[in-house]
Ligand binder design. Structure first.
Ligand code: ATP
Ligand code: MG
Length: 244
């Protein structure tokens, strides 16, 4: 398969987060957060609005810097060097004002792997082959998100962050994105996925991290999380109660 990572699979694991704090002024947004992720598969971050999920993935990816605490990827401090082997997809696709194909070429070019075959395979996997020459921004929302994910995979990431990638998509686009996420995970890409969609978490998660008020309220296997969550907040959240 063309988009197999060229280096050893997920060598950035384990992820080890200790005492992570992120404040805005006097407001504590990430509060002494600890997290260990050592397994392959899809780690899902869940939790109520404003819990700190998006901040956490931005911190883990190195897009913002914490005030204190440490983030280690296989013993290496989170840095531009660790970020090179990671990719991120946001809820709202961020695309270049270029054609669909050029959006992929941009990443392949940066990585020095500009092969037409590789671009064609990525477009085929995203079911966008027939739109290759169209402007990326003229695509539908679901198509744009499929392109954003294809572009993220073009860099052969070891770690793929997805922050609510299907929140505004219909079921068929959601299914296409979930299939691509599952395939990436099977190839050995470590996936860290933020979602509010409990169905999606059940379909994809290996383990679930429940974030509440800027810390980890619970981290366990997906089976345990959905059958017997240990924390009251996770139980309430899954029962559809309002968790604040
Ligand atoms: N740069 C920032 N400066 C100040 N406050 C921020 C900043 N970024 C996020 N926040 C605040 O931090 C809290 C956590 O935000 P975050 O976006 O991580 O939540 P979330 O768990 O992703 O929520 P949602 O499910 O709504 O996406 C929110 O109260 C938000 O307003
Ligand atoms: Mg968010």
């Amino acid at each position: 398969m063309l988009d197999q990572p060229a280096w050893s699979i997920a060598s950035q694991l384990p992820l080890s987060v200790t005492g992570l704090c992120f404040n805005a002024g006097d407001t504590v947004l990430i509060d002494r957060l600890d997290l260990e992720v050592s397994h392959q598969g899809v780690t899902v971050l869940m939790g109520p609005n404003g819990a700190g999920k998006s901040l956490l993935v931005r911190l883990l990816h190195g897009l913002i810097q914490p005030q204190s605490g440490s983030i280690m990827w296989n013993g290496k401090r989170c840095s531009p060097a660790t970020r090179l082997h990671q990719a991120m997809v946001f809820q709202k696709p961020v695309l270049l004002r270029r054609s669909v194909a050029a959006n992929i070429d941009f990443v392949l070019g940066l990585k020095g792997r500009a092969t037409l075959a590789r671009r064609d395979e990525l477009l085929m996997q995203a079911n966008l082959s027939d739109k290759a020459s169209q402007p990326a921004r003229a695509l539908s929302g679901g198509e744009q998100q499929r392109l954003a994910l294809a572009r993220a995979l073009a860099s052969n990431p070891e770690v793929l962050f997805l922050d609510e990638p299907t929140a505004s998509l219909d079921p068929s686009s959601t299914q296409a994105i979930e299939t691509a996420i599952g395939a990436a995970s099977e190839r050995g890409v470590k996936v860290i996925l933020v979602t509010h969609d409990a169905g999606q978490a059940r379909r994809l998660a290996t383990d679930v991290v429940f974030i509440h008020r800027g810390s980890v309220a619970e981290h366990c296997s997906a089976d345990v999380f959905f059958q017997q969550p240990a924390s009251a907040v996770a139980r309430d959240y899954l029962a559809g109660k309002l968790v604040i």
